[in-house]
Design a binder for this molecule. Structure first.
Ligand SMILES: [Zn+2]
Length: 341
């Protein structure tokens, strides 16, 4: 009999929950909610604070309920548990979000306990990149490959390392922080407090910020029109939380927009430099690249691959296979469902 699990990909902009058939990785159903929203009005401030505290768990719970309803499984079906891959630092044993500023919650948020109480199911909590890498390892572009690195371009840049077919977490559980690799001495300031780090150049946040800054200075771009027609003109000063949608970037490049091409090319070249260091140092069989922008924008993917190979040492650079994720948007969802397997 098939076994099913719930997977939740908990990111800074959206919650993606789904029911997954654990033996095959098939996503039976899925549901999406925004991560941060306006809590319901209430009269007293204490109530408001409490509601705000519970808001994230409530939204996640609603997404899970919606996915379960949509799966329409026979009533005898047993769901083995809920797995969550969260964008932030997690305590796997306590099932607590230790530090997740992008998710709009205070430190040490007891996410596991809140969901366990609502669903009466075992809850496992991990990091989003760890989940997505596990998904790719079991059912995606990592199948049949014992040594590879998954790199995800999003709000930041994260990576998961697979060594001898196992996820490698490192001695403090933080291995794979590729976004904080130094690519430029005394370069741009990074969100972590350091300077010249990869994600300050090539993350979706960095790309968005550069584009909006250039437009503010008067550079012309079809983005002005594309964003206006969507009714979403983000503000350069808040670009850390607002991202230009990947499809919009892809359309601007199709329209041969000089500004967007220039900014994306630069980000891709620096990403390629960073990846060449990974190729030289770790000598993996494969690099798997993911994230909405990487999936949607061929131009970004192609330049990154070319640069990464070009800058690598000859032998590892000639052997490396660089590809996109096999599961796309679902790597994190499927991988987190597997936490309970
Ligand atoms: Zn950094």
């Amino acid at each position: 009999m098939e076994r099913y699990g719930i997977g939740v990909d908990l990111g800074g902009t959206k919650i993606l929950a789904g029911v997954v058939e654990l033996e095959t990785g098939r996503v039976v159903s899925s549901a999406k909610k925004k991560t941060v929203g306006t809590p319901k009005d209430s009269k007293d401030n204490k109530d408001k604070d409490r509601e705000k505290e519970n808001e994230l768990a409530r939204r996640m719970g609603d997404a899970i309920d919606e996915a379960i309803m949509a799966a329409n499984l026979p009533s005898s079906t047993k769901i083995v548990g809920i797995g969550i891959g969260a964008a932030g630092q997690v305590d796997r044993n306590e099932k607590v979000l230790v530090f997740a500023p992008n998710l709009g919650v205070k430190p040490n948020y007891p996410l596991g306990a809140l969901l366990q109480e609502r669903f009466k199911l075992p809850v496992a909590l991990g990091n989003d990149v760890e989940a997505a890498t596990l998904g790719e390892l079991r059912f995606g572009a990592g199948v049949g490959c014992a040594d590879f690195v998954c790199v995800f371009i999003g709000t930041g840049i994260g990576s998961g390392i697979v060594q001898n077919g196992q996820l490698r977490r490192g001695s403090t559980g933080t291995a794979g922080e590729i976004g904080h690799m130094v690519v430029s001495a005394e370069g741009r300031h990074c969100g972590c407090g350091g300077r010249g780090h990869l994600e300050a150049y090539s993350s979706r946040t960095a790309i968005t910020r550069t584009l909006l800054g250039e437009m503010k200075r008067g550079r012309e771009s079809v983005l002005t029109e594309l964003l206006a027609s969507e009714g979403t003109m983000p503000d350069a000063t808040t670009a850390s939380s607002v991202a230009i949608r990947s499809k919009v970037i892809a359309r601007a490049i199709e329209a041969n927009d000089e500004l967007v091409k220039h900014v994306v090319r630069e980000a891709a070249e620096i990403l390629g430099l960073g990846l060449s260091s990974v190729i030289n140092f770790y000598n993996p069989e494969r690099l798997i690249l993911g994230g909405g922008l990487m999936e949607a924008v061929d131009y970004l993917f192609e330049i990154t691959v070319r640069e990464a190979k070009f800058e690598s040492l000859r032998l590892p650079g000639s052997q490396i296979e660089i590809m996109r994720t096999g599961l796309g948007d679902f790597s994190g969802l499927i991988g987190s469902a597997l936490f309970n397997k």
